[in-house]
Design a protein around this ligand. Structure first.
Ligand code: FAD
Length: 464
């Protein structure tokens, strides 16, 4: 951290992945030298420290597909150029269902997604000849040509390739331009590069923005030493869950973003119920928790607990994890069974029984996990906020004050999309060419009555 400069070309509020990726593109790619990142905590330690670290081009929104395909191109180029500092590994996302009717649903959705640009669909059914299925690369390569998805209902193929899934698994959708990577390694590299190209990281909080004549003139920063003014004509709001607080400092109304808590657990899978070569598995069916008879009877006696006996939301997902995926035995499981928006509050509170409920849900899918209930080895759990818009598109672009910009509402995709997002905001700031998806992410979209009409019926599915 350095002393505060009196002026800067660009001041950025927040050194999460949004602020860091912007600083990287401004300095290391575009040669803007006086970029100041203001961060009250440690860089990459709020929302950006909490991910499952997944990435995917599997989206049902054309703008998001184009954006993510490009972001993943950039991430792969970074991996190529740095001997894979992002530690990308492309095993795919495996959506699994015990319901045979999921096949028709996956088939329809896959065809729609393929038309948007995720890649072709290959069918592997049991009753007609089908192309050979290509398993994920055993050496965790990230640069495989395979895109699109494999839609699988062939029981023999399910058993031979995915024998660790429950016996009642009937349908699989294996989306292929998906995997996981190291967010901390990527963010650390981008920050180091930005700093090597002149970015300053300052320990403090943006506490005010001077606006005169409708344009930004300076940014007030509160540090341990007091309050300081940095004169600047360009200010970026990248404050993650505090995006609206910082928008208020600009005198702007709240942005159309809300904060939604999401959580995950990690534990040591000492029984190896999740093989180390598994992809990220997403159980597509609703979850029913596993209870002993006496536990069930106690829950039945208490109406406030009845919800624990019923069907709970689908899309529990898990994957093998750890610094060395092959030597480690860590498994991450993420499941959000309640997604009511709430104002951001830190330290982030997690329902104490969350880990137990996740393990009970996991045991309903992988029965061997029952041994971990009440007894997990090396349990850790955490969470943070998905800062999201209704339609689950980000906010990237100009704010209605000259010189003010926003990069946020990155929901559950801010890390996988960090390079495309930082590049896009930098193009707005430097006046560069904008990609086809720029308008879809610009805050001005909400002023368009046609867009408002579309929002009435928007289905932001496959959030994860
Ligand atoms: C449980 C969970 C799982 C996730 N899994 C994935 C995943 O698998 N893949 C993926 O791509 N994404 C995932 N995400 C989403 C991803 O973590 C976020 O999209 C991303 O981290 C958001 O980055 P950000 O920089 O906008 O916000 P943050 O990381 O929160 O950074 C904002 C920063 O602004 C700072 N700040 C706040 N107020 C001020 C102020 N007044 N002045 C200066 N600085 C300020 C904060 O201290 C903070 O460091 C997940 C999120 C959660 C919660």
């Amino acid at each position: 951290m350095r002393a505060l400069p009196a002026s800067a070309d660009v001041v950025i509020a927040g050194a999460g992945i949004a602020g860091i990726a912007t600083a990287y593109y401004l300095t290391a790619v575009h040669g803007v030298r006086d970029v100041v990142l203001i961060e009250p905590g440690a860089p990459m330690m709020l929302t950006s420290a909490k991910p499952v670290e997944g990435y995917r081009n599997w989206w049902g929104d054309g703008a998001m597909v184009q954006f993510m395909n490009h972001s993943l191109d950039l991430l792969e180029q970074l991996a190529d150029a740095t001997n894979n500092i992002p530690r990308m590994s492309r095993r795919g996302y495996l959506f699994a269902s015990a319901q045979p009717e999921s096949y028709a649903f996956f088939e329809r959705v896959s065809a729609e997604f393929a038309a948007l640009g995720v890649g072709a669909i290959r069918h592997h059914t049991g009753n007609r000849p089908h192309p050979a299925y290509t398993p994920p690369p055993a050496d965790d390569r990230y640069a495989t040509p395979l895109r699109g998805a494999d839609l699988i209902s062939d029981p023999a193929l399910i058993r031979t390739q995915f024998g660790y899934l429950p016996d009642n698994t009937r349908v699989l959708l294996h989306a292929r331009r998906c995997g996981w990577f190291s967010a901390s390694s990527t963010g650390g590299y981008l920050l180091a590069q930005a700093q090597a190209h002149g970015a300053h990281l300052i320990a403090g909080s943006v506490s005010g923005v001077q606006v005169a004549g409708g344009r930004v003139g300076g940014v007030q920063v509160t540090t341990a030493d007091g309050s300081h003014l940095i004169q600047t004509r360009t200010f970026v709001n990248a404050a993650g869950p505090f995006l609206n607080h910082v928008a208020g400092l600009l005198g702007l109304a709240a942005l159309p973003m809300y904060t939604e808590p999401h959580y995950k657990i990690a534990f040591r899978d000492v029984k190896r119920i999740v093989p180390r070569d598994a992809p990220l598995v997403i159980w597509f069916d609703p979850i029913r928790l596993v209870w002993r008879d006496d536990e069930r009877a106690a829950l039945e006696a208490d109406p406030a607990q009845h919800w624990l006996l019923g069907e709970l939301p689908a899309e529990m997902h898990w994957r093998p994890a750890g610094p060395d995926i092959w030597q480690d035995d860590t498994v991450i499981v993420a499941w959000t069974y309640r997604t009511a928006p709430e104002p951001p509050s830190f330290p982030f509170a997690i329902e104490p029984r969350y880990p137990e409920l996740v393990l009970r849900g996991l045991a309903s899918i992988l029965p061997a996990a029952e041994a971990y209930i009440g007894n997990p080895v090396g349990l850790e759990y955490d969470g943070g906020y998905y800062n999201r818009t209704q339609e689950n598109r980000p906010l990237i672009g100009r704010l209605p004050i000259e010189g003010a910009y926003v990069l946020g509402a990155l929901s559950g995709f801010g890390l996988m999309g960090c390079l495309g997002a930082g590049e896009l905001l930098t193009a707005h700031i430097t006046g560069g060419a904008l990609p086809s998806y720029a308008d879809a992410f610009a805050p001005q979209r909400y002023a368009d009555p046609v867009y408002q009409q579309q929002l009435q019926n928007w289905q932001a599915a496959w959030q994860l």
